[in-house]
Design a protein around this ligand. Structure first.
Ligand SMILES: Cc1cc2nc3c(=O)[nH]c(=O)nc-3n(C[C@H](O)[C@H](O)[C@H](O)COP(=O)(O)O)c2cc1C
Length: 392
């Protein structure tokens, strides 16, 4: 059994001391979890998504427990970027936390404004672009549900000048297509996935369980872990050289191992934190213990190391921004230490605005003949601004 495991990793161009982060919306806006967890000991803290202005969110009830998970319709309540910079970020900075600022908007312009306000924010190592929100310029359709709109939101967010992570929705026919558009628009890292659209009904009262009523909510927790693992895997096959963060149902160290074997460079812990606020630290300790027990000396050797994967992931791309160690997953050779320090954001590359990254070949998927009859015309779209299900 190993006594020392190198837990350091890179997510895109961002060096982190370990691959366990909090998930947006489940660890507060600031240092709320700091009474339970040493925030500086985590890879990073991803804060709840912020918009350019304060936003009230949805009516209560906003959460409902489900088998192996929960539904939420919080509706992106938040203080706005300005108030967050003034009142929440300093407490995170005081604790030496690496911060990933999550943003959302109702138009490309709102993304640009929110991102621009984050330029130069102390301790912010990356911006996570949450595209699971309604686009007022497209009749309230979710940005995340359209490759074009996702690309617009990402391109607008380059205004921060920080490394861009894009958080994608699993509620799409082909997440690889959306991911490709986001990468072409300037994202360097994919965060997979946001919540799965869901709904619960109180059968006795015949009412919706959530205050968002007919708009439903977003399902999270262990119930969606296979959805997240699949999304991570398919995107890793398609994009061997980009940063990937897996999120969805990670509750234990072994869940993080599964996500990393599928191709994630790091994981975010969300719903598990509602049951146990120490969950992110517990997952980190469990991941380290698993590596020790299984003779994995460098946690990065796990990334994409699932047996029989249709890609050679470890060390696949010499030009990778997210260097994975070469050789077998269990190779004993020590990894040279990263050159950057953990607390300092890395130099920011110039923002990419157009197609620049060579696209890999398409993922091969089995063709399944459809036995479903032709669909009737789609129902009218939701009104702009109406809360949607995967708004956290
Ligand atoms: C109560 C709640 C609020 C959330 N708020 C946000 C949010 O503001 N922004 C975001 O990108 N994701 C949000 N999410 C989604 C989580 O970050 C995560 O993607 C999802 O819950 C799956 O991970 P989990 O199963 O570990 O919770 C929220 C999830 C929950 C449960």
């Amino acid at each position: 059994m190993r006594t020392v495991v190198d837990m350091r990793t890179h997510v895109g161009s961002v060096p982190l001391p370990n691959p366990v982060l909090t998930a947006s919306g489940t660890a507060g806006h600031g240092a709320e979890l700091g009474s339970y967890v040493d925030l500086a000991a985590l890879g990073a803290v991803v804060v709840k998504s912020l918009s350019v202005l304060p936003w009230p969110g949805n009516p209560a009830p906003r959460v409902h427990e489900t088998p192996a998970g929960m539904l939420n319709s919080v509706g992106l309540q938040g203080p706005g970027v300005g108030a967050w910079l003034a009142h929440e970020l300093p407490a995170l900075n005081d604790r030496g936390t690496r911060v990933v600022a999550s943003i959302w908007g109702r138009s490309a312009e709102e993304y640009a404004q929110a991102a621009g306000m984050l330029a130069g924010a102390p301790g912010v190592v990356a911006v996570e672009v949450n595209v699971s929100c309604p686009n007022l310029e497209d009749r309230g359709r979710m940005f995340a549900h359209s490759a074009h709109a996702t690309a617009l939101a990402v391109a607008a967010s380059t205004a921060s000048g920080l490394p861009l992570w894009v958080k994608l929705s699993p509620n799409v026919p082909d997440i690889v297509d959306i991911a490709g558009a986001a990468l072409d628009a300037g994202a360097e890292t994919l965060v997979l996935v946001n919540t799965v659209l869901g709904m619960a009904i109180d059968v006795r009262r015949r009412t919706y369980r959530l205050g968002s009523a007919a708009a439903g909510g977003g399902l999270s927790g262990p119930a969606i872990r296979p959805v997240a693992v699949r999304a991570v895997h398919d995107c890793r096959v398609a994009f061997p050289d980009v940063g990937i963060v897996g999120v969805g149902g990670v509750c234990r160290g072994v869940d993080a191992v599964e996500m990393m074997l599928a191709g994630a460079d790091a994981v975010e812990v969300g719903t598990a934190t509602f049951r146990d606020p120490r969950a992110p630290a517990r997952v980190l300790a469990g991941l380290r213990r698993w590596c020790r027990l299984h003779d994995v000396g460098d946690v990065r050797h796990l990334v994409g190391a699932v047996q029989g994967a249709p890609m050679a992931l470890a060390g696949a791309d010499p030009g990778s921004a997210s260097p994975r160690p070469s050789g077998s997953p269990h190779e004993a050779a020590p990894t040279p230490p990263p050159t950057a320090t953990w607390s300092t954001p890395p130099p920011v590359p110039p923002a990419a605005t157009g197609p620049q990254r060579p696209r890999p070949g398409p993922v091969t998927r089995p063709e399944v003949p459809s036995r479903i009859p032709p669909m009737p015309p789609p129902p009218p779209r939701r009104r702009p601004g109406t809360p949607e299900g995967d708004l956290g």
